[in-house]
Design a protein around this ligand. Structure first.
Ligand code: FAD
Ligand code: SF4
Ligand code: SF4
Length: 490
C-alpha cells in the first residue's frame, strides 16, 4: 500500500486530471483498510474502515471513463458510474453524491453490501484489461466513500414531495424494497403508511446483516429520511394478524398497497434432533444478536447465547454472517459445514476471506444426518456424512452425493442452520386470492409488479425469492412507478 505522502502526491496530480489511459491503468488498486482480525473478533464494530479522501481520489482515477460504460449495465439500478466516479476523481464529493442519488436511495448501504463482483465491477474494463476482476475499479467502495463523506458533513438530500394527491398507500414491510417504494410513492405526493411487523424498521438490513458489516445507524438514517419526507411508519404491525390486506383496502380506505414482506421463513435442516436446545435457524440467531443485542449481555433483550463449539450449516453470506457473529458472541471454535466443495461456495469471496482470517474453520463435503443431545435435551453434537460431488444440479453447481457408511459423530454444543429462506406464508394464508408460485413467492406482472389483486403490487424477496438488497430496491422503484400510474388513473 502507498504511504499517505505518496497518495497525497498522486491525488494532487490526479486533481489536475493529467493522466493518460496507460498511466491510469498503472495506478495501483486501493486496498480498503480493515480492523485486524485478532482485534475485530472481540467487537461488533465495522470490519472495513473505508477509504481516506486521497485513496478515494486515487481509486476513482483508475476509471477510464469508457464511452460504452459496461459497468452501468451491471448495476441493477443503472447508476451513472463514470459520471459519479469522475466527480470523485476531481474531489467533488457533493457532485458525486448528487449523481448517485438520481438512481439509488441507499448508497451507503449498497456500497457496503452489494455483491459488486457479480454486478457493476464484473463488467469493468479495467478488470478485464488486467485479466483479473479483483483489479476492477472499486465502484462499491467509492460509492460508500461518497455517502459516508456526505453524512460526516451532515449533508443529506431529502427528496422533494409533490403536492398532495389525496391518495393513501400502504407499504407492507420496511426492508430495501419497501424503503425504495415508500420514498418514490411519497415523492409523487401520496400519503404513505409503512407497516412493519418488527419493532424496528429496515428488514434484513437491521435484523439479518450484522453490525460489523453494516452499522445500524446507517439504516436508521435511511428510515429517518423517509420520516422527514412525511412517511408514517407503524412498527409492531403484522399484516395478516393485526389487520388483513383486505381490511387495509376495504375498511381503512387504502387506494393501493405495496407488499415487500421479504423471505424471512428459514429452511430447517430436516434431520432428527433439530428441535433440541442449542439448534437455531440463522435468522433467529442473527436476530437475537442484531436486534435483541445478545452480544451485549447488560443490554440484551433476550438472554445472551453462550456457546463453545458451534457448527454452522450452509455456504452463503448468511452462513458467513452467523459464523462470524458466533465468534464475536464468544464461541471458542466455529466450523462452517458445507455439503459441496470450496469451489461451489455461494458466499461472496470477500466474506469467505474475512471469515477465514477470523479463524472460522471450514468442513467441506459433509452433510448433517442427525443432531444428538443429552438427557436434558441440549445439543451434544452432530452426526455428519461425507459427500462427493456428482453431476451439476439446477443451480449449475455440482451436487453433493452422500457416501453410505461414512457417518461420524462430531461434538458441538450449538448448531445453526443457514441453508436458505422461503417466503412467510401469513399474507397468502389470510389473502387467498393472491396468486403465488410453488415456492410461495407472489406472482406479479413482470412490467408493473402488480399481483393478481388489482391495486396490490409486490417486490423484493417476496417476489424474487432470497435475492439481494439492490435487486429488492430496484423492484421497489419499479413497482412505485407503476403504482403512481395506477393511482393517477393511467
Ligand atoms: P426484507 O429485507 O426481508 O424486509 C421484509 C420486511 O417485511 C421485514 O422487516 C419483515 O419483518 C417485514 N414483514 C414480513 N411480513 C410482514 C407482515 N405480514 N406484516 C408486516 N411486516 C412484515 N443481500 C445483499 O445484497 N448483500 C448482502 O451482503 C446480503 N447479506 C445478507 C445477510 C443475511 C443474514 C440475510 C438474511 C440476507 C442477506 N442479503 C444480502 C439479502 C438481502 O438482505 C435481501 O435480499 C433484502 O433485504 C430483501 O429486501 P426486501 O425488502 O424484499 O425484504
Ligand atoms: Fe454497483 Fe451496487 Fe452501486 Fe450498482 S448499487 S453501482 S451494483 S455497488
Ligand atoms: Fe470506469 Fe470501469 Fe466503468 Fe469503464 S467500466 S467507466 S473503467 S468503472
Amino acid at each position: 500500500m502507498k504511504s499517505a505522502k505518496e497518495l497525497d502526491e498522486i491525488a494532487a496530480k490526479l486533481r489536475k486530471n493529467s493522466y493518460t489511459p496507460k498511466e491510469r491503468m498503472a495506478i495501483p488498486l486501493q486496498e480498503m483498510p480493515v480492523q485486524a482480525p485478532e482485534v475485530r473478533i472481540h467487537n461488533m464494530d465495522e470490519v472495513a474502515l473505508g477509504f481516506s479522501e486521497n485513496q478515494a481520489i486515487v481509486e476513482a482515477s483508475r476509471c477510464l471513463g469508457c464511452k460504452n460504460h459496461p459497468c452501468v449495465e451491471g448495476c441493477p439500478v443503472r447508476i451513472d458510474i463514470p459520471g459519479f466516479v469522475s466527480h470523485v476523481a476531481s474531489g467533488d464529493m457533493k457532485g458525486a453524491y448528487s449523481v448517485i442519488s438520481q438512481s439509488s436511495l441507499l448508497p451507503a448501504i449498497c456500497g457496503r453490501v452489494c455483491p459488486q463482483e457479480n454486478q457493476c465491477q464484473k463488467f469493468c474494463t479495467v478488470g478485464k484489461m488486467h485479466k483479473d476482476i479483483e483489479q476492477s475499479v472499486g465502484i462499491g467502495r467509492l460509492e460508500r466513500y461518497v455517502a459516508d463523506a456526505m453524512s460526516a458533513q451532515g449533508y443529506e438530500i431529502i427528496p422533494e414531495v409533490a403536492a398532495a394527491t389525496g391518495k393513501k398507500v400502504a407499504v407492507v414491510g420496511s426492508g430495501p424494497a419497501s424503503i425504495a417504494a415508500a420514498a418514490d410513492l411519497r415523492k409523487a405526493g401520496h400519503e404513505v403508511f409503512m407497516f412493519e411487523a418488527l419493532h424496528k424498521g429496515g428488514g434484513v438490513l437491521v435484523y439479518g446483516i450484522p453490525e460489523f458489516r453494516l452499522p445500524k445507524k446507517i439504516v436508521a438514517s435511511e428510515i429517518g429520511k423517509l420520516e422527514k419526507m412525511g412517511v408514517h411508519i407503524q412498527t409492531n404491525f403484522l399484516v395478516g394478524r393485526t389487520m388483513t390486506l383486505d381490511a387495509l383496502m376495504k375498511e381503512e380506505g387504502f387506494d393501493a398497497v405495496f407488499v415487500g414482506s421479504g423471505a424471512g421463513l428459514p429452511k430447517l435442516l430436516g434431520v432428527p434432533g433439530e428441535n433440541l436446545v442449542g439448534v437455531f435457524s440463522a435468522n433467529e440467531y442473527l436476530t437475537r444478536s442484531n436486534l435483541m443485542h445478545s452480544y451485549d449481555p447488560d443490554h440484551a433483550l433476550t438472554p445472551a447465547i453462550k456457546s463453545e463449539k458451534v457448527a454452522v450449516f450452509g455456504g452463503g453470506n448468511v452462513a458467513m454472517d452467523a459464523a462470524r457473529t458466533a465468534l464475536r458472541l464468544g464461541a471458542s471454535e466455529v466450523t462452517i459445514v458445507y455439503r459441496r466443495s470450496e469451489n461451489e461456495l455461494p458466499a461472496r469471496h470477500e466474506e469467505v476471506g474475512h471469515a477465514k482470517e477470523e479463524g472460522v474453520h471450514f468442513l467441506f463435503l459433509h452433510a448433517p444426518v442427525e443432531v444428538q443431545g443429552d438427557d436434558k435435551g441440549r445439543v451434544t453434537g452432530v452426526v455428519l456424512q461425507t459427500c462427493v460431488l456428482g453431476e451439476p444440479d439446477a443451480s449449475g453447481r455440482r451436487s453433493p452425493v452422500p457416501v453410505e457408511g461414512s457417518e461420524k459423530f462430531y461434538q458441538f454444543d450449538t448448531v445453526i442452520a443457514a441453508i436458505g429462506n422461503g417466503s412467510n406464508p401469513l399474507i397468502k394464508m389470510t389473502t387467498p386470492q393472491i396468486e403465488t408460485n410453488r415456492r410461495g413467492n407472489f406472482i406479479v406482472n413482470e412490467e408493473t409488479l402488480e399481483t393478481s389483486i388489482p391495486g396490490v403490487f409486490a417486490g423484493g424477496d417476496i417476489v424474487l425469492g432470497a435475492a439481494t438488497v439492490i435487486l429488492a430496491m430496484g423492484q421497489g422503484r419499479q413497482a412505485a412507478k407503476a403504482m403512481n400510474e395506477y393511482l393517477s388513473g393511467k
